[in-house]
Write a protein that binds this ligand. Structure first.
Ligand code: GRF
Length: 221
């Protein structure tokens, strides 16, 4: 799947890999001028690994249970990625907290997607927390990864309404549709040289991105 001359993506997953699939589709359609060099999971049974293999992408598992510390696991990830052309690392439902060993190695070229309107609800159970708080909207944020958990500067954020009667599942499904749109778009900005991290700030087209990220609309491109 690796194509000479194209930017290389590494995608890290832990589960079903629907965001990874969005990248597969974006690369196939030409929306993203990149190829996926490798998909790595920390879980051997992650469904996304099979999806990636079915798409002809190199896959591997680096099982965190085989390492004594988070740092040793992160170093193993860094070592594995050294075998592939990697311009940008995409965390797509990767459920391990990364240490500076990994974050420093890919600083400024490491993106994550978090299913909340950051800075609201870092951590887990975001949809449940939005429902319990009585929020009128929820959403998803693509952000640069820094040492602060879910705390790196937001890049792009999409909002969806919370509808009376919503469950965690119905809300998650509505948010997910947006995830698959905004994540490849943010990656495209990066690969086009329009997006960068400097210190604790993210810039798009040399303009400082606001603290909640660029707000996505149908016109965002
Ligand atoms: C998504 O909700 C993403 O926002 C979060 O983990 C989930 C991964 O889903 N970080 P998938 O594996 O991409 O389907």
């Amino acid at each position: 799947m690796t194509s000479p001359g194209k930017a290389g993506l590494a995608i890290l997953i832990s589960g079903r890999g629907s965001n990874m699939q969005a990248f597969v589709d974006a690369c196939a359609s030409g929306q993203l001028d990149a190829s996926i060099s490798v998909v790595i999971s920390n879980k051997p049974d992650a469904a996304g690994l099979q999806r990636a293999a079915d798409a002809g992408i190199a896959t591997c598992c680096v099982d965190h249970r085989e390492y004594d510390s988070r740092e040793a696991f992160d170093q193993a990830l860094v070592n594995r990625l050294a075998n592939y052309p990697v311009d940008l690392v995409i965390l797509a439902g990767f459920m391990r907290i990364l240490t500076p060993v990994f974050i420093t190695a890919f600083s400024g070229r490491l993106l994550n997607i978090h299913p909340s309107l950051l800075p609201l609800y870092p951590g887990l159970h975001t949809h449940q927390r939005a429902l319990e708080a009585g929020d009128e909207e929820a959403g998803v944020t693509v952000h640069f990864v820094t040492r602060e958990l879910d705390g790196g500067p937001p890049v792009l954020q999409a909002r969806v309404p919370i509808i009376p009667g919503d469950t965690e599942q119905s809300l998650a499904s509505r948010v997910m549709l947006r995830e698959h749109v905004i994540y490849p778009l943010a990656a495209r900005w990066y690969l086009q040289g329009r997006l960068r991290l400097e210190g604790k700030c993210a810039y798009l087209d040399e303009a400082l991105i606001p603290a909640t990220g660029v707000q996505y609309s149908e016109e965002t491109s």
